[in-house]
Design a binder for this molecule. Structure first.
Ligand code: DC
Length: 281
C-alpha cells in the first residue's frame, strides 16, 4: 500500500518544485510589466503572485453517470491539483472479488473472507501513454473496471463496511496534503467532511442514461437504453440506501445540475466556486 501511495506523492513533490519556479517567473514578469506601465502592484495581485492562495480539498459527489469524473479531472488539471477517482478504487476491488470468487454478499458469515481477500488488493494510479490508469496488483485494469459485469456488482461490493474502511483510509492519505479533487459518493460526508469545497452533481436520469449509452457505444459495447437506465437506477438505489456511508448531499455542498449545461460551462462554474473558496480560506 505504501508503494502505491508513494507513486502518487513523488510526482506531487516534483510538481510542487515546478510550481514554485513558475511562481517566481510569474512574479518577475509581473513586476517588470507593472514597472513598464508604471502601475503599482495591488495587494491582491501581490498575494496571487506570491502564491498565497491556499490549496484546498474539493469533494465532488453525486449520482452515477452525472459527469463527476469529467468535471473533477478537468478541474484538477486546471488547478494543477491531484485527481482521485474513488469509484475506480471500488471498481478495482469488485473486479478482484469477481475474479477470485470472494463472497461479496453483505452477510455476516462472509466478513472473514472479505477481510482476508482485501488484504491482497493493491490499487495504484499510474501514468500511462493514455493518461492516468487504475492498476490492480500491478495490472492495468482501467478498461476492464468500466465493463458492465463490474458495473453490475460494484454497488454490492461498495456496501461492505470492511471494503469502505480499507479504501477510505487510503483516500484520506492521498488527500492529506490538500490540493486534491476527489470524486465519489461519500467524499464530502465521510472521507473529507472538512473539505473546503463540496460539489454535489446531479442530472436528469434520462439524460444521464443517454450520455452513458453513448459512452458505452463509443467503447464498442452494445447495450439498450433500458439496460443502461436500469443499471443506473439500481446503482443509485443501492448507493443511497446502504447502511454504511450512503450517498447523500452534504449540508454545505453546492448542487450542480448539469442536465442542460455543457462540460465547459460546468467547469467554469466549478472553477469560479474554487476561486471564491481559495480567496476565503
Ligand atoms: O463513480 P463510479 O460509478 O465509478 O463508482 C462505482 C461504484 O462505487 C458506485 O456504484 C458507487 C461506489 N462508490 C462508493 O460507494 N463510494 C465512493 N466514494 C465512490 C464510489
Amino acid at each position: 500500500m505504501l508503494e502505491s501511495l508513494l507513486q502518487d506523492i513523488r510526482p506531487r513533490q516534483t510538481k510542487r518544485r515546478r510550481g514554485k519556479a513558475i511562481l517566481l517567473i510569474r512574479f518577475i514578469l509581473q513586476v517588470k510589466l507593472n514597472n513598464l506601465l508604471q502601475i503599482p502592484l495591488s495587494p491582491s495581485t501581490l498575494f496571487y503572485l506570491c502564491g498565497i492562495v491556499k490549496k484546498i480539498i474539493i469533494a465532488v459527489d453525486g449520482f452515477s453517470s452525472c459527469g463527476k469524473s469529467t468535471l473533477a479531472r478537468a478541474l484538477a488539471a486546471k488547478l494543477g491539483y491531484l485527481y482521485i477517482d474513488t469509484g475506480a478504487m471500488y471498481r478495482a476491488v469488485a473486479l478482484y472479488f469477481l475474479r477470485n470468487d470472494v463472497p461479496y454478499k453483505v452477510d455476516e458469515r462472509n466478513d472473514k473472507a472479505v477481510a482476508e481477500a482485501i488484504a491482497h488488493v493493491k490499487i495504484e494510479f499510474r501514468d500511462t501513454p493514455n493518461g492516468k490508469a487504475t492498476f490492480l496488483n500491478g495490472e492495468n485494469v482501467e478498461e476492464e473496471i468500466r465493463q458492465m459485469f463490474v458495473a453490475n456488482y460494484v454497488s454490492k461490493v461498495s456496501s461492505i463496511s470492511a471494503v469502505r474502511r480499507f479504501l477510505v483510509k487510503q483516500q484520506q492519505v492521498l488527500g492529506a496534503d490538500k490540493g486534491v479533487v476527489m470524486d465519489g459518493r461519500d467524499i464530502g460526508t465521510v472521507v473529507f467532511p472538512e473539505a473546503e469545497l463540496k460539489l454535489f452533481m446531479t442530472a436528469d436520469p434520462k439524460i444521464r442514461a443517454e450520455r452513458r449509452l453513448l459512452e458505452l457505444k463509443n467503447k464498442g459495447m452494445e447495450m439498450t437504453f433500458e439496460e443502461v437506465i436500469e443499471n443506473l437506477s439500481e446503482r443509485d438505489r443501492i448507493d443511497s440506501t446502504r447502511a454504511d456511508s450512503p450517498l447523500r448531499q452534504a449540508e454545505d455542498a453546492i448542487v450542480i445540475d448539469n442536465s442542460h449545461i455543457s462540460p465547459e460551462e460546468q467547469l467554469e462554474l466549478a472553477y469560479s466556486y474554487t476561486l471564491q473558496k481559495q480567496a476565503s480560506v
